[in-house]
Design a protein. Structure first.
Length: 285
């Protein structure tokens, strides 16, 4: 996946032996020593995978990121995002010799906030984090939850996501159709996220905690789009207010001071600089 690819390269550069898993057979890949084929929605395959690989650390980034509020997404999101997490945590706890870094989401509220999930995806993430805390407390599984904010950067192939969609449209001279763009988001560059995940894996005293991975700054969707348009130039002009706003959008921001106190990590990439690197990557392709 998007974050996983950057993470694998970062781990390999640090000298780690890196194994990756997907449902379909794959070979090669920069930063990956071996690909495995397994469906994490199958508990037996998941347990067999951990028995074969015998990992020291599991980075669980596998999920389907559905932002839709539609009822049809409830069951697929439950299967692919929540059930897979529970199966993986069970297998890790049964082995008893590995730690887990779980990718959380900015869409899940902090503990004690009482905020209802805004989508099936958010509900699955909240439930997955709840199970993670259960596994740590009841079964002593060393697990840290990385509450990751809005990631952007090179090699994001999902063209439905804002930055790839707008960038590719403007580079082609087209006019991307957008919502009003008023939602404010904490945007964090993918290489910074990969660095943060590696940092979390090296800190034993974070087990059972949730750590925010973001910049502590919010920028509106419209602001990001206008920055991309300024970087790219050309004939295409973003058209705002054409697409309906999604209901119950949240506008959280990372608690960067708490993260720095716990880990010594801060995001280092300025938003415009990160967007310029992203545009350059797409332009070269």
């Amino acid at each position: 996946g998007f974050i996983g690819g950057h993470l694998c390269r970062r781990l390999r550069a640090a000298g780690a032996e890196v194994h990756a898993v997907s449902r379909r057979a794959r070979i090669g890949g920069e930063g990956i020593d071996r690909w495995w084929r397994a469906d994490l929605a199958d508990p037996e395959s998941t347990a067999a995978l951990l028995d074969d690989v015998r990992p020291d650390t599991v980075f669980h980034l596998a999920s389907h990121v559905y932002g839709s509020r539609d009822l049809s997404f409830v069951l697929p999101t439950f299967r692919d995002n929540l059930a897979t997490t529970v199966y993986l945590l069970t297998a890790a706890a049964e082995r008893g010799d590995c730690s887990v870094i779980l990718s959380g989401s900015m869409d899940e509220p902090r503990q004690g906030e009482g905020q209802l999930p805004s989508s099936p995806y958010a509900a699955a993430k909240i439930a997955a984090s709840t199970y993670a805390r259960l596994f740590h407390d009841l079964y002593q599984l060393p697990i840290t939850i990385a509450r990751i904010f809005m990631v952007y950067g090179p090699d994001q192939k999902d063209e439905k996501k804002l930055v790839p969609y707008v960038t590719r449209s403007l580079l082609a001279g087209d006019s991307p159709e957008l919502s009003g763009g008023g939602r404010e988001v904490d945007w964090v560059y993918v290489e910074d996220v990969a660095e943060a995940l590696v940092t979390l894996a090296g800190l034993d005293d974070l087990a059972g905690r949730t750590i925010d991975i973001g910049t502590g700054k919010r920028t509106s969707v419209r602001g990001v789009v206008e920055t991309l348009a300024d970087i790219i130039g050309g004939e295409g002009k973003p058209t705002f207010g054409v697409v309906a706003e999604r209901p119950r959008e949240t506008q959280p921001v990372a608690d960067v001071e708490a993260t720095f106190e716990a880990t010594g990590w801060r995001a280092r990439t300025d938003l415009r600089d990160g967007l310029e690197r992203t545009v350059d990557w797409y332009r070269r392709r």
